[in-house]
Design a protein around this ligand. Structure first.
Ligand code: ADP
Ligand code: ADP
Length: 568
C-alpha cells in the first residue's frame, strides 16, 4: 500500500503529480491534503473516447462539446468550473482541442476526423481553414482596458464591419460614454462596450461569456434583445449565462454542463430552452439517465410573509434629500426592522449607495432629519467592484476582518462552509477567479459585526447554486445578529430568494433618483417591473419564473390585472 503511494505520487518541476495509471484510488492523499486540493474520481466508462480537451496531467478534463447550429441561440448552463469558458474558447478557435492527448496533441485533420458525422466536423473544418469567422465577448470585461486603449467611439468605429454601429450603440445606450477612454469606464459600461464590439463584427459565430454581469435589469434585457437579433441573420450564437431569467429569454436551446468543478465537466445533449433549464434545476438528465445533484432547486410561488418574523425597528427615517453636483436623491420616509433583508432594485447610478450612507450617518442629508446620530450604527459594505489589492491569503483577509470570530464553529458552519470558501483559504486573494473573489468578498462583508450590511451585486460571476446559497447565508447572518441588510441585486429570480421586502429606486441615473419606501415583495415587484414593462409567468413544472413575450395574451392580462411577478 505504502509502496504504491510512493510510486503513484512523483514530482515534476517541483510540483507533485499523481500518476493516473498507478493511483489505486485509496483516497488517503485526498483526506491528508490540508487544502482539499485533491479529488480522485473514477469516471464512467461511457465517457471513454469523448474527451474534448484536457489542460495537462492531473488537470481539468472536458468531455464532449456543445453542438451549435446556425440561426439558433444556444445557452450554456452549469456550475462554475465545469468547463463553459473552456468550451467557448475551443469553439472560438482560441484553444485547439487536444481530445485529452496533451502530450502529443492531435493535428486538425485528426480532430476533424474525431468529430466526423456531427455538426462539429464542418465547424472545426471551418476553424482550421480560417473560413469560419468567430466573434467572442470574453467573461472578464474588467481586464479589457489592460489590452485595449483608446476612446469608446474610436474603437467601435474601427471594428464596425457590419455597418450597424449606430443602431447597436443607441440600443445599448453608449452615447454618454462615446468620448470616454476605456480605462475610466465602470464595469457595466465596459460590459456594454464589449457586447457592442462583438455585435459589430461580421462573423459567422458569436460567443458571449456571461454578458449580464454588472448590468442592471433594463440593460440586461436590452443586451439580450441585441444578441438575439443576430439570429435573424442566420448567425450561430452561443451564450454562457447564470441569470436564469436572462438565459431563458435569450436562448432557443440549452446545453447543461455538469461534473465536478475544477476536476471534470460533461456537456449534455442539446435541449429546448424550457426543458434544458428544468433539467438543470431538477438535477437529473433523463435521456442520459444521469443525476448530477441530489436535491432539485425549488421555487416558491407566493412571496413569504416575513412581517410576522421581523423584530423591532432598527431605523426609522423621514423624507430626506441629498444633492451632489449634478445629482439629487430624494428619499421617501420608511423603516427597516431587525432581521430584515431589504432587496434593492433600480438602475446603476440612481443613488442606492448614497441612500445607505444617509441611513448609516456617514453622509448628512441637505434637507430632512438624519435618521440617527453620526456616530450611530456600524455598516459593513461590499461594493460592486471588488478590489484585489489585499496582499495575502484568503485566510489572512478573513482573519483580519472577523478577528476572534474566525475560530468559532458558528462562523465556520454559517459563513465559510455555505459560501464554499474553505478550499480557498490558502489561496492568494490576487489570484482568485471572478466567482471565487466574489464569494470571499461576501464572506468578508458578513464577517464584520455590523448593524447594517450593504451588498452591492453579490451575485456577479456566481453560478445559480452559489447565488442561492449566498442569499441564504445573508439571511442567516442578519437573523443571527439582529441586524438588517440591503442587497442590490439585478438578477430578479435571485432577488426573490434574497429579500423579505423591496425598495425600488426610480428616476434618471446620474441625474436624479427617488428611493421609494420599502414594500412587500408583491408591491415592490409590481412597481419595478411596471417601470421595465416586463411580466413573468410560472413554468408549470418547476414553478420557476419566466419572462413573458411582450404583447402576448398573458403579458397583456397580467399587466391589466397588476400581476407582474406573483400570480394569484
Ligand atoms: P466555467 O466557465 O464553467 O466556470 P472554466 O472553463 O473556466 O469553467 O474552467 C474549468 C476548469 O478548468 C477550472 O477548474 C479551471 O481552473 C481549469 N482551467 C482553465 N484554464 C486552464 C488552463 N489554462 N490550465 C489549467 N487549467 C485550466
Ligand atoms: P448607485 O449606488 O445607485 O449606483 P450612487 O449612490 O453611488 O448610485 O451614486 C448616485 C450618483 O451620485 C452618481 O451619479 C454618482 O456619481 C453621484 N455621487 C455619489 N457619491 C458622490 C460624491 N461623494 N460626490 C459627488 N457625486 C457623487
Amino acid at each position: 500500500m505504502v509502496r504504491s503511494r510512493v510510486e503513484a505520487i512523483r514530482f515534476e518541476d517541483e510540483k507533485p503529480m499523481i500518476s493516473e495509471v498507478l493511483c489505486t484510488g485509496c483516497g488517503i492523499c485526498v483526506k491528508k491534503c490540508p487544502f482539499k486540493a485533491i479529488s480522485i474520481v473514477n469516471l464512467p466508462d461511457e465517457l471513454e473516447g469523448e474527451c474534448s480537451h484536457r489542460f495537462g496531467p492531473n488537470a481539468f478534463k472536458l468531455f464532449r462539446l456543445p453542438t451549435p447550429s446556425p440561426g439558433v441561440v444556444l445557452g450554456l448552463l452549469g456550475k462554475n468550473g465545469t468547463g463553459k469558458t473552456t468550451a467557448l474558447k475551443v469553439l472560438s478557435g482560441e484553444l485547439k482541442p487536444n481530445l485529452g492527448e496533451y502530450v502529443n496533441p492531435p493535428a486538425w485533420d485528426e480532430i476533424i476526423e474525431h468529430y466526423r458525422g456531427s455538426t462539429l466536423q464542418a465547424y472545426f473544418q471551418g476553424i482550421a481553414e480560417g473560413s469560419l469567422k468567430v466573434a467572442h465577448k470574453p467573461q472578464y470585461v474588467d481586464k479589457i482596458p489592460r489590452v485595449v486603449e483608446g476612446e469608446v467611439g474610436e474603437i467601435l468605429e474601427k471594428i464596425d464591419e457590419r455597418g450597424r454601429l449606430k443602431k447597436i450603440s443607441k440600443h445599448l445606450q453608449l452615447d454618454v460614454v462615446w468620448e470616454r477612454r476605456l480605462n475610466v469606464l465602470s464595469g457595466g459600461e465596459l460590459q456594454r462596450v464589449a457586447i457592442a464590439a462583438a455585435l459589430c463584427r461580421d462573423a459567422d459565430v458569436y460567443l458571449f461569456d456571461e454578458p449580464s454581469s454588472y448590468l442592471d435589469v433594463e440593460q440586461r434585457i436590452r443586451a439580450a434583445k441585441a444578441i438575439r437579433s443576430l439570429k435573424d441573420d442566420g448567425k450561430t450564437v452561443i451564450v454562457a449565462e447564470h441569470d436564469l431569467a436572462v438565459l431563458d429569454y435569450l436562448s432557443d436551446q440549452v446545453c447543461v454542463f455538469y461534473g465536478e468543478p475544477g476536476v471534470y465537466g460533461i456537456v449534455s445533449h442539446v435541449h429546448g430552452v424550457r426543458v434544458g433549464i428544468n433539467i438543470y434545476l431538477d438535477g437529473y438528465i433523463p435521456d442520459e439517465n444521469v443525476r448530477f445533484r441530489r436535491e432539485p432547486i425549488l421555487f416558491h410561488v407566493k412571496p413569504p410573509t416575513p412581517e410576522l418574523m421581523a423584530g423591532e425597528p432598527l431605523i426609522v427615517w423621514e423624507e430626506m434629500e441629498k444633492t451632489y453636483e449634478g445629482f439629487k436623491l430624494t428619499v421617501t420616509g420608511g423603516e427597516v426592522r431587525r432581521g430584515q433583508v431589504i432587496g434593492i432594485l433600480g438602475p446603476n447610478g440612481i443613488g442606492k449607495t448614497t441612500f445607505v450612507k444617509l441611513l448609516a450617518g456617514i453622509e448628512k442629508p441637505d434637507a430632512g432629519e438624519p435618521p440617527i446620530e453620526s456616530n450611530g450604527l456600524e455598516v459593513s459594505y461590499k461594493p460592486q467592484y471588488i478590489s484585489t489589492d489585499f496582499e495575502g491569503t484568503v485566510e489572512e483577509l478573513l482573519r483580519a476582518v472577523s478577528k476572534e470570530y474566525f475560530t468559532s464553529s458558528w462562523y465556520r458552519s454559517q459563513i465559510i462552509r455555505p459560501l464554499n470558501v474553505e478550499s480557498l483559504l490558502d489561496r492568494n486573494v490576487g489570484e482568485l477567479s471572478g466567482g471565487e473573489l466574489q464569494r470571499v468578498a461576501v464572506a468578508a462583508c458578513l464577517s464584520r459585526k455590523a448593524d447594517i450590511y450593504l451588498l452591492d451585486e453579490p451575485s456577479a460571476y456566481l453560478d445559480v447554486e452559489e447565488r442561492l446559497s449566498t442569499a441564504k447565508t445573508i439571511r442567516r447572518v442578519v437573523e443571527e445578529h439582529g441586524s438588517a441588510a440591503f442587497v442590490v441585486e439585478h438578477d430578479i429570480i435571485t432577488q426573490d430568494f434574497t429579500a423579505d421586502r423591496l425598495m425600488i429606486f426610480t428616476g434618471k441615473p446620474g441625474v436624479h433618483g427617488r428611493a421609494n419606501e420599502p414594500t412587500n415583495l408583491r408591491e415592490g415587484m409590481n412597481l419595478f417591473l411596471k417601470e421595465m414593462g416586463i411580466t413573468f409567468r410560472r413554468d408549470p413544472k418547476t414553478k420557476r419564473p419566466r419572462v413573458n413575450k411582450e404583447g402576448s395574451r398573458l403579458d397583456k392580462h397580467q399587466k391589466a390585472t397588476g400581476q407582474y411577478y406573483y400570480i394569484e
